[in-house]
Design a protein around this ligand. Sequence first.
Ligand code: ADP
Length: 449
Amino acid sequence: MTAPEPLMRMRLRVEQDIFTVRQLGREVARAVGMESQDQTRMATALSEVGRVLLAQGPHADVTFTAELYGVPSLQVTMAHSAGGGAARLAEQLQQVGRLVDMMEVDDGGPGTTVRMVRRLPLGAPVLTPTRMDEIRARLARHVPGSPLDELAVQNQQLIAALDEVRAQRDDLARLNAELEETNRGVMALYHQLSDELEETNRGVVALYAELDEKSVQLRAASEAKSRFLANVSHELRAPVTAIIGLGRLLVDSSSDELTEDQARQVELIRTSATDLLTLVNGLLDLAKAEAGRFEPNWTEVDLKAMFGQLRGTLRPLATRPEVEFVVEEPAVPALRSDEVLLAQVLRNLLTNALKFTEFGSVRLGVRRSGAEVEFVVADTGTGIPPELHERIFEEFYQVPGSKPISGKGTGLGLPYARRLAGILGGGLRVESVPGEGSRFTLQLPAEPS
Ligand code: ADP
């Protein structure tokens, strides 16, 4: 693409030409669509560069061009006949450079060249070759005024600039006043908020103190309950055991023969006392677990051996041919835990499963799950309604209407099992669907800390 034809050329020779270039600069800037402030900027830049250039040599050529095809802009080149001074000149013109978008000082060609570019505002009329011709014709008609005229124009510009500065100062004062007012408002709000915050804090602190006190009381009450249960059940155990023993003596063949009625009544006393002993033992165990009396004896538990024992001891309970009793081969060979407590939990879960399963199967398995080992006791028994899944872990709670197929319950087995699971560093959970069966999972850490 060829460079566009210049809009205007002129040569600076004498000092008066500085006024001319200034006037011309403003005219060209106006003609290509720059706003008044930009016109003044351009004019000032040209007269300043012209002044500096003339001080260094006899003459300088000024060329005005406009960019039509790229970013619309006005370009002015001022070529000075003497070369070699670009670096110094650039330093001298540093301030002036701020008046335009780009200023280059360069030693190429016959002398030093100063090139300035200023972009046209977005709203400026589009520059077309035809419009460029019109601008050229208009500029050619332009007759530069005298230095006095230029002075008058400059004065007017100065007055306009002063007015603007005054208006800006007034604006600033108004803004400051507004800002001060806003600040006062913000400060008031801040004080109010910090007062409220302080009050809320005081409330929260008081609440925490109360909460602390309540939890101390709660702990004391729970300890008192455990102590009471432990003492009562301990005290009950001896007389109940004695009643069972005496009952056995009464029905013994070496004792006096009893009437049929008497024998039935003694048997009733014996079974009731046995139930009572089971209850007392359960309560004692639970109280001990709650009071933290169990200190686990951590050893490497051989699960294969433990599963074998469970299979053997529980087989006599699984007498119904309709229920398949399966203790799987353990998929995890060993685990660091307390053998007695772990066996107690599993026995408890298996006994429950056998008690509540009429058909199908009761199954014990173990598997590794990440950093945990999971023991699963699954049955196809009566199942437990979902809303009672947590309640069955409460002391003495039994699902209303659920009747064990064999034996009786106290409602203490699951709370005890969950306590033990906790003591072993794990947990006990249930999934169950009424009519389909239940699945109890004892989760223990593979490596207890
Ligand atoms: P219980 O001595 O009555 O078995 P638990 O605390 O062991 O006491 O269980 C509480 C209740 O949870 C049981 O009475 C029973 O209603 C229900 N339950 C426990 N295990 C099962 C199971 N495997 N299938 C169905 N119901 C169960």
